[in-house]
Design a protein around this ligand. Structure first.
Ligand code: FAD
Ligand code: 2HG
Ligand code: ZN
Length: 485
């Protein structure tokens, strides 16, 4: 046990140990370590204990004890978040990874009710075992949890067709910062009864309460998918290709992802089984996925005709349509390997830009120029979800530049310049990863006084003592001050 804590905290932590039992807590520094940092290991925090309750009831008691003793709580799911939202400052980490039950799958209602610690791929599999689809899909799906997905309003690869998780959540169960349980596990697609409270928790990054369970809407599982990759010379052509494919395949198109030559180079270099399907390297690549429910012929014909039209108009210069599930998986491996490949390759400064789709080429061109002016020799690595306007406009360190120097000299400056550019074009500095710790300054800069005032009031209505994930999204005191009249 740590000695640098008050007797109140010691008593409270002892009481928590009693509630959750030996399998539900640890304080050993070596065991704590993975919970104190995030997957890139750039941020590092502290906590006194990791607590892993096995149920909503245990969670509620733990939270109430923390509330009474004023012990801050940092919720954590799979700890795959990109912005340090799960990295604790102090107090306890409350990890949901023992709450993994599928409470109900109602196939006739097309809903699944799951506990927050369910791994995303387990939810996908449970749905598919019943002939249904849970459509959220992202590269971390084997380790992120549904509670974390909801808390970050995760987007991923299929937003273009199914929306962000916000569109899929029908009901929530939440332990509030004072330990009360809000049971909003409604399995309804229509329920207009005043303020839609669940929406406040979706995307709140653990600052308003702990999500313990959720009702999620499922959709009919498609019979199959068709996956293709096309190559292009520039951003304008990628936009034209998107127009053609989206026009011909609306309703069937579930992903339109893009990356550049550098992306192809680093994934094929660093990721096992990522194989370039083309003989030559190209400047740009689009990965396209469509689904079909009956016979594949109409969708195949539309895809082939769209690709043919784009080839004829010299919008694309080469294309492949996957001929097997294995071939399709390889195409996805190239795209989904990018987050890992970039980190193996070099230090990375990230940007999670949202921009109207029509403005992506102009943003990308101006952004590349800006980035290279600010960081001479940096390697621009834009990739991501072009079909929904979300580009991860990442920058790799110039060769021979020390990583530490790359971050300290350039990160703040280049983040600001690119965020200013995105906002000036009607975009946002955070599309799907959230704010966490690393974008708190940007919140104050880009959100209006009215928005910050409302957010500070919501936070204080739910969590007046600021015990739930303090230091994340915004500092309520600073937000209130900056908007005070
Ligand atoms: P954590 O990292 O554990 O937590 C994230 C935030 O949610 C924290 O603020 C935490 O306090 C809070 N939180 C966690 N659980 C709860 C809970 N039960 N109640 C309340 N608050 C909670 N994200 C995308 O949106 N799209 C992508 O395409 C995408 N691709 C990724 C690819 C890779 C390789 C990696 C590593 C990450 C990717 N991410 C992506 C980011 C990340 O996977 C998502 O943000 C995911 O939703 C986080 O889930 P988690 O369980 O890991 O949450
Ligand atoms: C993705 O789309 C993730 O692969 C990760 O959102 C993006 O690494 C990143 O910046
Ligand atoms: Zn993404």
């Amino acid at each position: 046990m740590n000695t640098d804590i008050s007797t109140d905290w010691v008593r409270a932590l002892d009481a928590i140990k009693e509630i959750v039992g030996p399998a539900g807590w640890f304080t050993d520094p070596a065991e704590l370590e993975p919970y104190l940092t995030e997957w890139r290991k750039i941020l590092h925090g502290n906590c006194k204990m990791v607590v892993r309750p096995a149920s909503t009831e245990e969670t509620a008691i733990v939270v109430e004890i923390c509330h009474q003793a004023r012990i801050p709580i940092t919720p954590q799911g799979g700890n795959t978040g990109m912005v340090g939202g799960g990295v604790p400052e102090d107090g306890i980490v409350l990890c949901t990874n023992r709450m993994t039950a599928v409470r109900e799958l109602d196939a006739d209602n097309s809903t699944i009710t799951v506990e927050a610690g369910c791994i995303l791929s387990d939810v996908q599999n449970a749905a598919s075992d019943s002939g249904l689809l849970f459509p959220l899909s992202l590269a971390a799906e084997g380790s992120c949890c549904i509670g974390g997905n909801i808390a970050t309003n995760a987007g991923g690869n299929n937003t273009i067709r199914y929306g962000n998780i916000r569109e899929i959540v029908l009901g929530l169960e939440v332990v509030l910062p004072d330990g009360r349980v809000w049971n909003g596990l409604r399995q309804l697609r229509k329920c207009n009864t005043g303020y839609d409270l669940k929406q406040l928790f979706i995307g709140s990054e653990g600052t308003l309460g702990i999500i313990t369970a959720a009702v999620l809407a499922l959709t009919p599982a498609p019979k199959g998918r068709l996956t293709a990759m096309a190559t292009a010379d520039n951003w304008d052509d990628l936009l034209k290709l998107f127009g053609i494919i989206n026009g011909r395949l609306t309703g069937s198109l579930i992903a339109f992802e893009v990356f550049t030559r550098l992306g192809m180079e680093i994934t094929t270099r660093h990721i096992a089984d990522a194989i370039n399907p083309f003989k030559q390297m190209h400047a740009f690549y689009a990965l396209i996925e469509t689904v079909y429910y009956g016979n594949d012929s109409a969708v195949r014909e539309a895809l082939e005709t769209g690709m043919g039209e784009a080839l004829e108009q010299e919008i694309i210069n080469d294309a492949v349509i996957a001929e097997s599930a294995r071939h399709a998986d390889n195409l996805w491996r190239i795209r989904e390997g990018l987050p890992e490949a970039q980190s193996v390759e070099s230090g990375v400064i990230k940007h999670d830009i949202s921009i109207p789709i029509s403005k992506i080429p102009n943003f990308a061109k101006a952004g590349s120029k800006l980035a290279m002016e600010i960081i001479p020799g940096c390697r621009v690595l834009p990739f991501g979800h072009m079909g929904d306007g979300n580009i991860h406009f990442n920058l790799l360190a110039p060769e021979n530049l020390d990583q530490e120097k790359f971050f300290t000299c350039y990160m703040g400056k280049v983040n600001r310049a690119l965020h200013d550019l995105a906002v000036s074009m009607g975009g946002s500095f955070s599309a799907e990863h959230g704010i966490g710790q690393i974008k708190r300054g940007e919140m104050i800069r880009y959100r209006s006084d009215v928005e910050m005032d409302l957010m500070a009031r919501i936070k204080s209505a739910f969590d007046p003592h600021n015990g739930m994930n303090p230091g994340k999204i915004f500092d309520p005191v600073q937000a209130a001050k900056s908007t005070a009249r």
